[in-house]
Structures are given as structure tokens and as C-alpha cells.
Design a protein around this ligand. Structure first.
Ligand code: UGA
Length: 478
């Protein structure tokens, strides 16, 4: 297809669910030239979006929403009307973890039923939420069982690989676009939707969101069966989580041998077969995706009689990594009870306000249970964190890193926000009662920390001790 043609071929799209995936996909489809109606049952959310509030902290999202709010993107609570007006309906509702570990598909099911009750002309229904293998078939059967002829619809799987914090860039500059379809007509519609990216036309456009794809190096679109597409999503997240648990275990080996994980990870990552990304050790993975998706994938394997105990190990290592970090804080301080701890970072990673399954929140809860008092700061997640751990006499939320550090017995770095790495170390040292920093994200150079007079403990790298810090910590212990 000619480049300009692929930019001027707008498609009417409905996106059901305005969470991270749905809202980002909707805004990006509009940016690609299509017209989108976003649907959500939450009236307050729709009202906020109509008035230009994105509700989530995501780079480029506010500016794109503002650009298109009164033109090619609409918001409604009326699903039937949205279905009527669209050629493709993307289902992007939540698939939370159920008590048994599998994905709870009740939101997907109720949307499928509603779609069934409104179908009068041919539509392509697109499964965008993260769902287990066979969900595509199950959506198809659900719609058929509501009396809809098979000729009136197709169901396609189009999994999303966006990361929170860089979701817009990830959407518009993907490594690959996966389309799982058992129908040629439906696959062709998805190819048209993504043509602005796959043809490279989008990247030539003035004002395009910058990223790694270019007009001469556009992303590939991989056509697969529906089941393969579903498995690609779960397998990708599981593999990334495995990479993190692997490097965390190697970092523990580094600590035991006085080796340096940065050197080891670099040496491993230079092997093209391994690659350098997702080899940063830390306090374990979190977020709304990895923990839930690994549990769901494990459940799927179990149901199919496939031994995938490797994933149970990945989860176990992830839980242990937090406990190990806590043990290192304890051993640095002698005892935890009664200590004042500064916490930098509450989100599950930098660049987001999301605290779902955040290892930082888990650690804050463990420290409070040990009798510590905490002063915490996060550049974006303060409000959401307070919904998880309310402020109180032992739990203070403060306005900046230096206030958090004031009079602290130790400072913990729990989220990899770039601004933490740029902290004025002299001011920080001055603020603290005992200059001990335990860094769960390896944001600082140990040598520099030593020069500034800190005792500095990080992940998988030799610790540096500063005698005054140790003396002070010891004097607080007894
Ligand atoms: C993840 C995947 O990276 C996306 O490809 C996927 O689309 C998304 O889940 C999803 O299924 O929706 P996300 O949860 O936003 O994206 O976050 P990541 O950037 O992958 O980080 C996940 C966790 O791993 C964070 O807690 C992060 O701090 C940790 N991590 C990541 C490490 O500890 N080390 C690393 O090297 C990388």
C-alpha cells in the first residue's frame, strides 16, 4: 500500500475499557488517523476524560488527548451506540487475578454479551486485554450462544506489549504487532488499522511522537492463529519475569562472592542471544501485569497438564528478593524497631503513579510491621500510595527527598525514578541522622557514595562502609 494512502484510510473504532491499555490504544489509534469512540461503564471516568483529564500518569497522553478531544475521539457510556458506529471493537477491560490464580474473565464476558445484543452488521471484535489461550474461541462461542450468526462477526487477538510510563511510545513504536486471526477479512481490517505504522507513513508525519521506528524501519506485523497470539502475550511476560528473577538470583551470588552484578550483567547482555535489557537486579518485579500474568499462565499450563514449575520458581525468587532486601536493611541497622526510615519511591517502577503489586509498598508494610516509622516520597504515586497505606503517626508522606531524609536512621531507594539519581548527595547526607543508604535499584555509584560519607548497600555490588555511619548505627542499636 502506498504510504499516503495508508495515512488517509480512517477506520471507525470502538475501544471498550478506558484503563491503561484501552485509553492509550484509543488515543494512539486517533494519532494514527482513525476515529475512536471510547466506552466505559464508569460515568465519573468518562466525564473526566471528556473534560481532558487522563486520570493516569503517562508520557504524551495528556497532549494527545488535548489535541483530539473535540475532534476524532469521543467518550461515552453507551456501548450499543459505540458498536453501531464502529467497524472494529477492541475489548480492553480488566482481567484481574481470581482467587485460584487464573484470569477472571467476567468483565470480558459481560462485554461480549452486550456486543452480541447490539450486532446487526458485520464487525470485527478484537481481544486486546491480556487473556489466557482459548479466550478468543470462548468469546466467539459466547456471542454465538446469544443467537448471533457466525457470518456477522469475527474475533481477533491483538495483544498489547506496552509498558506503563512509556505506553504511548511503545504503542506507536512497537517491536512487533501481533494479530491472531482465523479469518482473512478480519486480519485484513487489522492490517489496515496498523498500516500507518507498518507502512512507515506515520513516522514521516510532522509532529509524530518520536521513538525507535522510522519510515525506513517500520515495525513488522506478525499474522498468527488466535491461540498463538494469546500464547505470545503470556509467554512474553513470563519470559521477561524469568529474566528478572534470574538476574536477581545472580545478584545474590555476586553479593556472596564480592563480585559485581553490573559487570556480570554487561558481560551476559553483550551476547546477542541474551541481550542487555531486563537484566537490572532490584527488589523484585511488580505491577499490574507480571504477577497476575505469571500466575494465570501457570494456571493455564496446569489445566493442560503441562509441567511449568519453572514459573513457580520465578514467583518464589521474586518474593524472596523482597525479604532478602529487608534482611539487609535489618543487618545494616542492627534492629528495625523504633528506627526512622526514609523511603524514596512507592510506585512499582519509575515513570508511573501505579502502586499495584508494588514491591515498594510491600516493603513499607513490612517495615511498619517491624515497628519502624517511615517518611516517604514519590514524585507521582503519593496519592495512590495513601490509598494502600494510609498516613498516620508511623507513616508520613512528605514533599521531597530531603524532607524524607531529615533525621533518618537510613534511607531506602525503592523505585528507579531518574530524579532520585540526581539528588544532591551533600544535602542528603546533611539531612540524615545516620548516613546509611540501602539502594534497591542501584541508582548510585558506590565510590561516589563513599566519597560523600555514606554507608552504601546496593543489589549485587560490593557495599561501601563509612565508619561514622557505622558508629552511629551501632550507638542507636543498644
Ligand atoms: C510489562 C511488560 O514489560 C510489557 O511488555 C507488557 O505489555 C505489560 O507488562 C503488560 O502486560 O501490560 P510493565 O508492567 O509496565 O510492562 O512494567 P515493566 O517495565 O515490564 O516492569 C515490570 C517490573 O519489573 C517492574 O517492577 C520493574 O521495576 C521490574 N524490572 C524490570 C526489574 O526489576 N528489572 C528489569 O531489568 C526490568
Amino acid at each position: 500500500m502506498h504510504r499516503l494512502e495508508s495515512m488517509s484510510n480512517p477506520i471507525q473504532i470502538a475501544v471498550v475499557g478506558t484503563g491503561y491499555v484501552g485509553l492509550v490504544a484509543a488515543v494512539c489509534f486517533v494519532e494514527m488517523g482513525h476515529s475512536v469512540v471510547c466506552v466505559d461503564i464508569d460515568e465519573a471516568k468518562i466525564a473526566a476524560l471528556k473534560s481532558g483529564h487522563t486520570l493516569i500518569h503517562e508520557l504524551h497522553l495528556p497532549e494527545l488527548l488535548e489535541r483530539y478531544r473535540n475532534t476524532r475521539i469521543r467518550f461515552t457510556t453507551n456501548l450499543a451506540e459505540a458498536i453501531c458506529a464502529s467497524d472494529a471493537i477492541f475489548i480492553a477491560v480488566g482481567t484481574p487475578q481470581s482467587e485460584t490464580g487464573d484470569a477472571d474473565l467476567s468483565y470480558v464476558e459481560s462485554v461480549a454479551r452486550e456486543i452480541a445484543s447490539s450486532l446487526t452488521t458485520y464487525k470485527v471484535i478484537v481481544e486486546k486485554s491480556t487473556v489466557p489461550v482459548y479466550t478468543n474461541e470462548w468469546i466467539r462461542r459466547t456471542i454465538e450462544s446469544n443467537g448471533i450468526a457466525r457470518s456477522l462477526f469475527d474475533v481477533v487477538s491483538n495483544p498489547e506489549f506496552l509498558r506503563e510510563g512509556t505506553a504511548v511510545t511503545d504503542f506507536l513504536h512497537p517491536d512487533r504487532i501481533v494479530v491472531g486471526s482465523d479469518s482473512e477479512a478480519a486480519a485484513a481490517l487489522l492490517e489496515r488499522i496498523y498500516a500507518p505504522l507498518t507502512s512507515g507513513a506515520y513516522y514521516d508525519r510532522p509532529g509524530a511522537i518520536p521513538g525507535r521506528c522510522t519510515a525506513t524501519s517500520p515495525p513488522p506485523l506478525l499474522l498468527t492463529s488466535t491461540k498463538s497470539a494469546e500464547l505470545i502475550k503470556h509467554a512474553s511476560n513470563a519470559f521477561l519475569a524469568l529474566k528478572i528473577s534470574f538476574i536477581n538470583t545472580v545478584s545474590n551470588l555476586c553479593e556472596a562472592t564480592d563480585a559485581n552484578i553490573e559487570q556480570v550483567a554487561r558481560g551476559m547482555g553483550l551476547d546477542n542471544r541474551i541481550g542487555p535489557r531486563f537484566l537490572s537486579p532490584g527488589i523484585g518485579y511488580g505491577g499490574s501485569c507480571f504477577p497476575k500474568d505469571i500466575a494465570a499462565f501457570r494456571y493455564v499450563a496446569e489445566q493442560l497438564g503441562i509441567d511449568f514449575n519453572l514459573l513457580a520458581e520465578v514467583e518464589k525468587i521474586n518474593t524472596e528478593q523482597k525479604k532478602r532486601f529487608l534482611a539487609r536493611v535489618r543487618s545494616a541497622l542492627g534492629t528495625l524497631s523504633g528506627k526512622r526510615i526514609a523511603v524514596l519511591g512507592l510506585a512499582f517502577k519509575g515513570g508511573t503513579d501505579d502502586v499495584r503489586e508494588s514491591p515498594a509498598i510491600d516493603l513499607v508494610e513490612l517495615l511498619l510491621a517491624e515497628g519502624c516509622s517511615i517518611a516517604a516520597f514519590d514524585p507521582a504515586a503519593m496519592q495512590r500510595a495513601q490509598e494502600e497505606v494510609p498516613a498516620g503517626p508511623q507513616m508520613q508522606y512528605v514533599d521531597d527527598a530531603y524532607t524524607a531524609a531529615a533525621n533518618a536512621d537510613a534511607l531506602l531507594v525503592l523505585t528507579d525514578w531518574p530524579q532520585f539519581a540526581a539528588i544532591d548527595l551533600k544535602l542528603l547526607h546533611h539531612a540524615m541522622k545516620v548516613p546509611i543508604v540501602v539502594d534497591g535499584r542501584n541508582l548510585f555509584d558506590p565510590k561516589v557514595m563513599q566519597q560523600y560519607g555514606f554507608t552504601y548497600i546496593s543489589i549485587g555490588r560490593p557495599s561501601v562502609q563509612h565508619s561514622r555511619a557505622l558508629e552511629l548505627a551501632a550507638s542507636q542499636t543498644f
